[in-house]
Design a protein around this ligand. Structure first.
Ligand code: ASP
Length: 285
């Protein structure tokens, strides 16, 4: 297979509020740091699955985002996290739903890619993570607890990554702490093929109101349209135009097999950054 120029695209959610005030500089620095650590993996020949796993794990470790350590609390005051990965080359999806205290839910999703039962929830997911020896840690940050106590939703967003590796394989990963204040055990779009999908020609990670992302089957629909021959950007435009008509509030990052990519949203902004062989693109937020 010919060697492709690898691409890594990451996002930190479609909540433009993260971009207000002093947080902007922090967000840009964080996105740059994460690209600096994950993109070289692709240059060294790592698979797209490895690259999206590494990028999302870094995003989960950063309390700027609503995933892993920075997760929002559900209405009963508990944090339950969800994550998924899709290997577009093998067309395999795996995910975990509503896991508590797991340090990096994306690592559990990664491990589940090799299993016959590939989406686990709650206690079963936790038990399997313990069997694997994955680290658990306390995800409750004082900031998120404070916001919960004030009944404020907060400014942070779900995270995701899509990658194209040197062998032309695509993958997508998405991780979230949910919407914040949701009914306990509500299921997010992030561990579903609506929120996270990849095939041989396209990889998509979505963010925004999970219920609407599911109602539009957003990520899988964009990938199916690209597979059917629609150019990547047209597929994304069409999907978001339809969503806009129904007041859909979500966005996505999408990457095609030729390296073309886009980050688009029906909301005010989506936090994103990209790395290609030509350098990094970190928008002026
Ligand atoms: N999509 C996530 C959810 O609904 C939230 C987000 O992307 O900010 O759980």
């Amino acid at each position: 297979m010919p060697t492709k120029a690898p691409v890594l695209l990451i996002h930190g959610g479609a909540s433009g509020r993260l971009l207000r005030g002093r947080k902007r500089a922090e967000v840009s620095a964080s996105l740059t740091r994460i690209l600096n650590s994950a993109y070289p993996l692709l240059l060294e020949g790592a698979s797209a699955v490895e690259a999206v796993t590494a990028a999302v794990a870094e995003l989960e470790n950063d309390t700027l985002y609503n995933a892993g350590r920075g997760s929002k609390l559900q209405s009963d005051g508990r944090i339950r996290m969800s994550a998924s990965i899709m290997d577009g080359h093998r067309r395999r999806f795996a995910g975990c739903v509503n896991v508590e205290s797991l340090k990096n839910p994306v690592y559990l999703a990664r491990a589940l890619l090799k299993r016959p039962d590939r989406v686990l929830s709650g206690r079963g997911a936790a038990r399997f993570a313990r069997q694997l020896g994955l680290p658990f840690s306390n995800p409750y940050t004082p900031e998120q607890r404070h916001r919960y106590e004030l009944r404020r939703r907060g400014k942070t967003g779900t995270v995701g990554a899509v990658a194209l590796d040197r062998d032309g394989r695509l993958a997508a990963a998405t991780s979230t702490g949910g919407k914040g204040f949701e009914y306990p055990f509500r299921v997010s779009d992030s561990p579903t093929s609506a929120g996270n999908f990849a095939n041989a020609v396209c990889a998509v990670s979505a963010t925004g109101t999970g219920e609407q992302i599911v109602e539009f089957a957003a990520a899988s629909t964009v990938c199916a349209w690209v597979e059917a021959g629609l150019p990547l950007r047209s597929a994304v435009r069409r999907l978001l135009r339809n969503a806009g008509r129904f007041k859909g509030e979500f966005g996505l990052i999408a990457l095609g097999k030729d390296g073309d990519f886009t980050a688009s949203t029906t909301t005010k902004a989506i936090v994103w950054a990209a790395a290609t062989q030509k350098g990094f693109t970190i928008p002026e937020f």
